[in-house]
Ligand binder design. Structure first.
Ligand code: ATP
Ligand code: MG
Length: 252
């Protein structure tokens, strides 16, 4: 069998006249950390939104395992085992960490309302919520109200919420954004750990983190895929240096 778990073929998304994602054909391999980099506005978040079902493509197709998932809604994509975190924090601030994870875990239940199944399912959700907190290193904060935590911890909580849905494949949109050095190091370690038993598609601007975790890199510019390769290939690529990595200050 193929080791490609997720694949886009000629995927595109237009907003009016703008091609935010421009005929992107990308293979994502099972068990890899595949990082997507590119300047602001390159279309990275839009690509993730298409993969998670939050946006419908204008054209092209998306395939997960042996199934075409191009037009599926987000809840069905989540049920298939694709979890995502958002670039902007997406938690309920007045709820505790555990409650936030519980709510997220519940979304993986499907829509059956059969009464007899309800009790055992509730228990399953609790187990999943606790597992998500543990994997994200937040067990000691289970009963802390989310708004009382630091920004970095809230981003970690978001990862815990995603893990509470027990995904196989993680879509992470700038999980280190807005974090201090220490928090960023912690979350980079967490991503590395999660990569042992998950396939990960990561958008990240922090180049130290990118090169610390990436198996494969895709560079996007103006909605299109400029190049895909190993970190060494991308570092050595003239086209990438000119379009992106060559920025004097490494910022953009
Ligand atoms: N809902 C929308 N409606 C109209 N235009 C949009 C919408 N979402 C994104 N865009 C535009 O599509 C382009 C790609 O945006 P996107 O957010 O995918 O970029 P990005 O690579 O994630 O950037 P950043 O690094 O700043 O997060 C941008 O020009 C953006 O302004
Ligand atoms: Mg973005």
């Amino acid at each position: 069998m193929s080791d490609i778990i997720l694949k886009t073929v000629g995927l595109y998304k237009q907003f009016g006249a703008l091609s935010a994602v421009d005929h992107a054909t990308i293979d994502f391999k099972q068990s890899e950390v595949h990082v997507i980099i590119g300047p602001n506005g390159a279309g990275k978040t839009t690509l993730i939104n298409l993969l998670s079902g939050d946006l419908l493509p204008t054209g092209g197709t998306i395939h997960y395992k042996d199934q075409e998932i191009t037009d599926l809604p987000p809840d069905q994509i989540s049920l298939l085992g694709i979890g995502r975190s958002y670039q902007k924090t997406n938690i309920f601030p007045e709820f505790t960490c555990k409650e936030n994870c519980w709510l997220a875990g519940q979304s993986r239940q499907g829509s059956s309302m059969k009464f007899f199944k309800a009790a055992s399912r509730l228990k399953e959700v609790h187990v999943r919520a606790e597992k998500g907190l543990e994997m994200a290193g937040l067990t000691s904060q289970a009963n802390t109200v989310a708004s009382a935590m630091s920004y970095g911890e809230q981003r970690q909580l978001e990862i815990a919420m995603m893990l509470a849905t027990e995904p196989d494949l993680l879509l992470l949109d700038e999980p280190l954004a807005g974090m201090g050095t220490e928090e960023a190091t912690e979350v980079t370690k967490l991503i590395k750990k999660l990569s042992e038993d998950h396939t990960i598609i990561l958008i990240e601007h922090d180049m130290d983190a990118v090169f610390a975790v990436a198996d494969t890199l895709t560079v996007m510019v103006n909605g299109a895929v400029l190049e895909t390769g190993t970190p060494e290939q991308i570092r050595a690529s003239k086209a990438v240096q000119e379009a992106y990595l060559g920025d004097e200050d490494g910022d953009h």
